[in-house]
Every structure is written in C-alpha cells, then in structure tokens.
Design a protein around this ligand. Structure first.
Ligand code: AHR
Length: 573
C-alpha cells in the first residue's frame, strides 16, 4: 500500500508497469528456445518414446540448484479484516472448537503442511502497531483504531476496525507452536522509535526472569524465551511503511539495526524491499546501505520482494482499481492474463538478484518473497467484515503451483516466501466464518507440494507448444507446460502445471542420470476452471490419485489434464 495520499489505494503500483520491461526477458527459460540452448550447451535430449507426446520434461540430476526449505512455504497473517479475528482467533470462550482461543480446524490443517515461517502482524498494519498494546492481561489491553479503518469505512463494525488486542505476541507464539510454524515478526519503523524494536526483541528473547520484560512475558504464560530469529525491519517502506526514498529507508534501516540484544539467537533481519519490478529501489537502497562499507551487508539477511497478480485487464489499464477482475467470474483470456502476471515472479527474482549482485558480489543477502498471490476486486468474501476477502478457484491453485515451482527453481536465491494471506483474505488457503471452515484449492497445492521440502531442487526443463490468447490490442501468449523437480534420497518429486484451459498435454518425462522404477501421480483439476470450494460444497476441488503408465526405455509418459496441477512421485533405480 502507498503512503496515505488520499488515493483509494496502491497508486504506486504504476511503477510495476513502468519497470516491467526491465525484467521481462528473464521469463523465457521453459520454452523450446531454451531447450535448443541446452542442446547446444552439450545436453542431448533423450529419445522420444511415444509419437503421441507433444511435450517434454527433462530433469537433470547432475544440476542441483539448492535444498528446498519449509520456509518457501511460509504464511502471513495481518490484523486486517477477518484474518486474525474470525480467521485465526475465535477466543477461548468460543463455541467454535479452539485451542486456547485459536481455531482448531486451522491448526489441524496447518499441521498437514510444511512448517514454514509465519509473518505477523503485517503488512501495512505492522508500521502502526505498538507491540505493548498486545501484552499483559487481556482485559486491560487497549482497543485501537486499525490501520485499515479507512478501507473499511463502508463495512460493518468489527475487530478489523477497532482492534481489541486480544491477539498479541504471546497468542501469536502459541499459534505458531500449535500450527508448527516459525515466528517472523515485522517491526514498526514508521511510527515507533528503534528502542521499541529492541525492547520487543527483549520481550521475546531475553532469558526467563532476566529482565522486567522477561517477567511480563512470563505473566503472559510464557516463561521460556521465544527465540525469535526472523525480524522484518518495516514493511513496504516505499509506501504505507513511511513513504521513504530508498536512501532515506537505508539510513533508517542502519539506525534500527545498529544495536539489538541477541541472547544467543542469530537475529536475521529482513529489509523492506521493492514493489514488484522496481529495480531502482533495490539498487539505490544497497548503494546507500553500503556507503560506509560493505560490512553493512552482514546486517541484512533477507531482502523482501512483494508481487501481487492483480491486473486482468489485458493491457486496457494499469489502474489499481479498474485493472482488477472478479475472483470467480472470469474469461479464459483473463485466466491466462492472470497466470502471466504471476509468472513474472521468475523474472522479478532474476532481475533483483542480478542487481543485488552488483553490490553484494558474494550474494550473502537472499530474497524473501514475503507477500505474493492473486488480488481481485471485492465481492466474494465469505463475510462483509473480511476486507480483501476473496474466493479461490482452480485458477488460484494453478497460480500457487507455478509460483512454488518458481521458488524451487530459484531455491539458491529465495530463502523464504509467504503467501498473502493465510485465511479470509487475498490468496488464502482457508476461508472461515464463525463455526464454518473450508480449505481452498491453494491449500491442496501446498499439501501436494510438501514432499519437495528437504529435497534437492534440480534443474528441470519443460517444452510444450505455447498457448495464445487475446489481449486488448495484441495477442498474448503463455508457456504450455511448467514445473519443478527435487530429489530426496532415491525419490524424485516432480510437480507439473498444465495451464491450458481445455487441452490435456501428454508429455515424456526423461530423468537424466537415473532410470525410473515405480511411479505415482496425484492431480488437482476440475471440469470447470471456475470451480472452488465453499461452505456448502467443501470438496468441489480436491486432489485425486491418477492412473500412471509404467516407464518404457527409461522414459515416463504422462497425460496432464487441462487446467491442472500434478505431482509425480518417481522412485529411481
Ligand atoms: O496483504 C495486504 C497488504 O498488501 C499488506 O498489508 C501490504 O504490505 C501490501 O500492500
């Protein structure tokens, strides 16, 4: 979100469009062209096993990228609309099944997912949040006007407007423990002094009984320190987090991180990085950060990149409001356009990584994509108080899958990623209201992809005929098959997206460096690309096991249904 200029919201998103050309070229790695490059670089493709196959996937066991960590499957919860209150927190006295106030169904489902980092309390909210409001006896905590009050002006009153602070630091830590996640706290840089930041660290991490803040934590129910390692230093500091220039933010960043108590915890600071393709923000920040010497890079563990897929106008407008489409009602052209928006992630990672390398030549600093997902126009929330609440269809599942595949392929550059946001908001894994709860297709993708975690990401090259579609004044195009692979001992996990709305794609899968033995397939697809789960129909979209054909001559041939996400589990000899 931009600074509060009176504009409806996100005016600075225009810079994404302006910057777009700078990174576009990096997105073409999965095309026929790249296969040709690979071949000329000495990689000969495996012989065709079937004349019917019109696509190929080449997994290169000899070209490991990096280990896939659970932190690539991170989450984000903000005090925004129905995310925390209603989504996560129902209260200890609620008739909704809960553990100490946290929604039980949410805990149970999160336990099925990789235990990645959970980012809290924002988002834009973080830069107006005083952590002291959310500690101490719950009954004595103040009620505060929420950052999002202006966006909620026409919505019914709710805790999203006036925050009761019932959910504070101790409650968040309990949620992390219950859900199996690692805490990632975003500190307030816009509206609190640096002292509040290091005292929040003291509250969280100082040894039991060592200081008054440690005793306050203990009175909140937690004698042992939380050992919080990940700390965001502001959020979107180019916009809602202070409306800084990159140089101004670099000075603030240095000041805020100049001293904090460590208590033996390797504090990992995450700087507020660019809005999408704004390479200038990255270059200018790092230049200013290091003006007193390159040692300053040692204080920066991660560089946050935010990228939302929102403009489905197919070139008609770059306006933040007018460019958005409906979450459920969309044309096939809008389907491809949104996927194209999401696929920009590949080029954004490469583009910012390249700029980071100009200053950080050893690449000590990694990227943290701590907000990503689809953002639609309002209208499909499960409750009117859920600001930015939206339904999630098969399109969002495909978007999530291609984004996770992108992170795997760049696992050497991206240290953490957090989908925005966990429940009742933008690209959510869950929708919940009062005692009703449902998983979205995106939840299924996260669960299907979980076996990648702990594996070694491998270079994977897909080739398939490109798909074309209609933009306003041009023909758009999109790749025909995409995916990623990882290896854990002798088990290869290969995840594949077929983005075509109506055509199945039969592909040969060649594993260079080993022979496939047993094979299993799980697929997420639906007869209608608009299909989604709802409270009334909670299982409309869910994964199913697929028939597979045994490998022949070392090559697997698999048919990927239209508009689908597939996981192949291949045991290697
Ligand atoms: O996720 C919603 C908002 O989007 C976040 O608060 C902000 O960081 C971004 O603009």
């Amino acid at each position: 979100m931009p600074a509060d200029t009176g504009e409806p919201s996100k005016a600075s998103v225009a810079s994404i469009g302006e910057e777009r050309d700078e990174v576009r070229d990096a997105c073409s790695r999965r095309e026929f062209l790249r296969i040709a490059t690979a071949a000329t670089a000495g990689l000969t493709l495996a012989p065709r096993a079937s004349r019917a196959a019109d696509a190929r996937i080449e997994v290169l066991l000899g070209e490991p990228v990096a280990r896939v960590t659970a932190d690539l499957y991170g989450h984000f919860i903000e005090h925004l609309g129905g995310v925390v209150y209603d989504g996560v927190w129902v209260g200890k006295e609620s008739r909704v099944p809960n553990s100490g106030g946290v929604r039980q169904a949410l805990i149970d489902h999160m336990r099925r997912l990789p235990s990645g980092a959970i980012r809290w309390p924002g988002g834009c909210f973080a830069d107006s949040y005083d952590w002291r409001d959310g500690v101490g006896p719950a009954a004595a905590r103040p009620r505060r006007t929420n950052f999002w009050i202006n966006d909620m002006a026409s919505l019914p009153d709710s805790p999203g407007k006036y925050d009761p602070n019932t959910f504070g630091t101790n409650e968040f830590m309990r949620f992390c423990r219950l859900a199996g996640g690692t805490p990632y706290l975003a500190a307030n840089l816009r509206s609190l002094p640096a002292r509040d930041f290091y005292q929040w660290v003291e509250y969280c991490n100082s040894p039991a009984g060592s200081s008054s803040l440690a005793e306050l934590r203990e009175r909140g129910g937690d004698r042992d320190p939380f050992g919080v390692r990940y700390w965001g230093v502001g959020n979107e500091s180019w916009g809602c987090g202070g409306n800084f220039t990159p140089e101004e933010y670099a000075v603030e960043y240095r000041r805020f991180t100049a001293w904090l108590p460590r208590y033996g915890v390797p504090l990992s600071y995450i700087g507020s990085g660019p809005n999408g393709g704004d390479l200038g923000w990255t270059r200018r920040f790092l230049t200013k950060l290091t003006e007193k010497g390159e040692g300053a890079l040692g204080s920066l563990w991660g560089w946050a990149l935010h990228h939302y897929s929102w403009n489905t106008s197919r070139g008609a407008t770059t306006d933040w409001t007018a460019g958005k489409g409906d979450a459920v009602q969309f044309s096939t052209d809008e389907w491809y356009e949104l996927l194209n928006e999401a696929d920009r992630m590949d080029g954004l990672i490469s583009g910012h990584w390249g700029v980071m390398g100009e200053i950080d030549r050893r690449h000590r600093v990694k990227l943290v994509v701590d907000e990503w997902g689809a953002w639609y126009r309002p209208g499909t929330a499960v409750d009117p108080t859920h600001l930015f609440g939206q339904q999630s269809t098969m399109r969002d599942a495909v978007l999530a899958a291609l984004t996770l595949d992108t992170f795997h392929r760049h696992a050497d550059k991206v240290a953490m990623a957090n989908v925005a946001q966990l429940v009742n908001c933008l690209h959510s894994l869950f929708l919940a209201h009062e005692d009703r709860f449902v998983t979205t297709p995106t939840f299924h993708v996260f669960e299907m992809y979980a076996p990648h975690v702990g594996g070694q990401s491998l270079r994977t090259v897909c080739s398939a005929p490109r798909i074309t579609y209609q933009r306003v004044n041009a023909t758009g195009s999109f790749w025909g098959l995409g995916g990623s692979a990882s290896l854990k001992e002798r088990t290869l996990t290969l995840t594949v997206v077929n983005p075509h709305v109506s055509e199945a794609r039969e592909a040969e899968v060649a594993i260079r460096g080993a022979a496939p033995a047993a094979l299993k397939a799980v697929t997420l697809s639906a007869p209608d690309i608009h299909a989604h789960n709802s409270f009334a129909e909670p299982t409309a979209v869910q994964p199913r096991e697929e028939q597979t054909t045994p490998a022949r001559d070392g090559i697997v041939v698999h048919r990927f249904p239209p508009a689908s996400v597939t996981r192949l589990t291949i045991e290697l000899r």
